[in-house]
Design a protein around this ligand. Structure first.
Ligand SMILES: CC(C)(COP(=O)(O)OP(=O)(O)OC[C@H]1O[C@@H](n2cnc3c(N)ncnc32)[C@H](O)[C@@H]1OP(=O)(O)O)[C@@H](O)C(=O)NCCC(=O)NCCS
Length: 439
């Protein structure tokens, strides 16, 4: 019991920066009909209510494919597809209207719950839905009349913003009207993507019942830039099906203005909150710039660096550094930053002549070791040193000499160190001396 409570506290403390960070931000969340029909849909809606309670401006776009398929099946209607798009005839459109109406009410009802002993107690959420999206007919494509299948013409971002300003959760469906008053069936993904772009949303979250995105060798990919996602899309066979169609939507949104797009597997009922409130998330994050950034350290990083090195100092693997020392040396540090947290660091002290540097304090957080992060950090620091005109790097290490040898260092003697450093060499520690010529 105590362990549970302690775990909860640990989780809450870990989530605190994200709670602060997300407040006041705009998230567009797309959910599909399968999730709506699943057992854990209620939990998912509760999580959306929680986001609203935390001051996040939430737009939910829902799909109804599963519900429409069921209705069509019951009525013995077969849909015709053209280029992987349903040709929405009058009968199919009726099924869409029915499904949209019923799913909308279901979501509204769940968001309106206020039972005292449920997660919705006192939530008091207002849901806004309406004609925020305008459609136009898709027309005739390669000789096929797409009938009531439409494309998105306009999103009334100002109207949505004013509802969000009011604290409402905005609910959008895949049905929209044209200026002639006809109703068209759009793809929920395009509604979500375009709405996120028009709103300049901070996040677009695309939930779907799929394991996630894998690389060409089958490895799970948890983050990539939009350019990397584009390259991966070129290896995909059919870009009109999951997960590629979602990945293409993510690239489009990132290239436009959306800062981060998250693809999450909605078969896991905790995926939304884990993705949003933990550093590593659970799905695939696509962003315009890299999630892990190598950058020079600043005074705000001192606490993070201390946290990284303290356990190693305690084990005798690193020489102790006081906060005062760190403060005066902070300009020599480079850090690997993941979403604002320092997950690796290294210091490089360049001599007065500017040609020799000592590397020290190279640490990767245990959670991130053996993922190439040390090498990434080392490589960038080495490149920066070369640019500065440094021709030789040395370092002292007790337990990572083989790792540095793999980065091109060779073992040397204490006599090979600059004279001033030889005087400071601690024979009791008996560290290995390693050198690398950068010429
Ligand atoms: C040494 C360290 C910086 C490497 O960073 P990393 O991100 O884990 O390493 P990478 O992912 O780039 O490289 C992983 C490879 O290095 C190897 N490796 C990791 N630590 C090693 C070590 N101490 N000695 C030898 N090889 C090591 C791994 O086995 C792996 O090899 P493989 O790919 O053949 O399986 C990191 O493990 C660390 O912080 N260690 C503790 C602190 C320390 O000793 N720092 C050096 C003091 S100056």
């Amino acid at each position: 019991m105590i362990t549970d409570k302690k775990n909860f506290l640990k989780w809450l403390r870990g989530a605190a920066p994200y709670i602060r960070e997300h407040s006041g931000k705009t998230f567009v969340i797309q959910i599909d009909g399968d999730l709506v029909a699943s057992d854990h849909f209620q939990g998912f809606v509760h999580d959306i209510a929680l986001l609203n309670t935390l001051g996040i401006r939430v737009v939910v776009v829902f799909g109804v494919r599963a519900q429409v398929e069921k209705l069509l099946d019951e009525r013995g209607i077969q849909s015709v597809y053209h280029h992987n798009l349903r040709v929405t005839d009058k009968a199919a459109l009726e099924c869409f209207k029915e499904a949209v109406g019923s799913v909308r009410f279901e979501i509204e009802a769940k968001l309106s719950m206020g039972l005292p002993n449920s997660p919705m107690a006192h939530s008091d959420i207002t849901v806004s839905s309406g004609n925020f999206v305008t459609a136009r007919p898709m027309g005739v494509i390669d000789g096929t009349d797409m009938q009531f299948t439409g494309s998105l013409r306009k999103v009334d971002a100002d109207a949505i913003r004013s509802r969000l300003d009011n604290g409402d959760v905005v609910l959008l469906s895949p049905l929209a009207t044209s200026v002639t008053g006809e109703v068209f069936n759009l793809s929920a993904l395009s509604v979500a993507t375009q709405t996120a772009i028009e709103l300049g949303a901070d996040k677009l979250i695309l939930s779907f019942n799929y394991d996630g995105i894998n690389g060409v060798d089958g490895e799970a990919l948890h983050q990539m830039t939009d350019s990397e996602a584009e390259t991966l899309l070129q290896t995909a066979g059919d870009v009109d099906i999951a997960p590629w169609v979602q990945l293409a939507g993510a690239v489009q949104a990132c290239k436009a203005s959306v800062q981060r797009v998250h693809l999450i597997d909605d078969r896991d009922d905790s995926s939304l909150l884990i993705e949003l409130f933990t550093r590593d998330g659970i799905g695939t994050l696509i962003s315009h710039s890299r999630f892990d950034a190598v950058r020079r350290a600043g005074h705000d990083d001192i606490a993070g660096i201390m946290e990284l090195i303290e356990p190693l100092v305690a084990q005798g693997r690193l020489v102790e550094r006081s906060i005062e020392q760190l403060e005066s040396d902070i300009d020599d540090f480079t850090v690997l930053d993941r979403d604002g947290a320092v997950i690796a660091c290294v210091a490089t002290h360049v001599n007065a002549g500017g040609n020799i540097a000592e590397m020290a304090c190279m640490v990767v957080h245990p959670d991130y070791q053996n993922q190439g992060k040390g090498q990434l950090l080392y490589q960038q620091v080495e490149n920066a040193l070369k640019k500065q005109g440094v021709s030789k790097v040395f370092l002292l290490t007790t337990q990572a000499n083989h790792w540095f040898i793999e980065q091109g260092f060779v073992e040397a003697k204490v006599d090979d160190l600059p004279l001033a450093r030889q005087d400071l060499y601690n024979y009791q520690r008996n560290s290995k001396v390693l050198l690398k010529n950068l010429d």
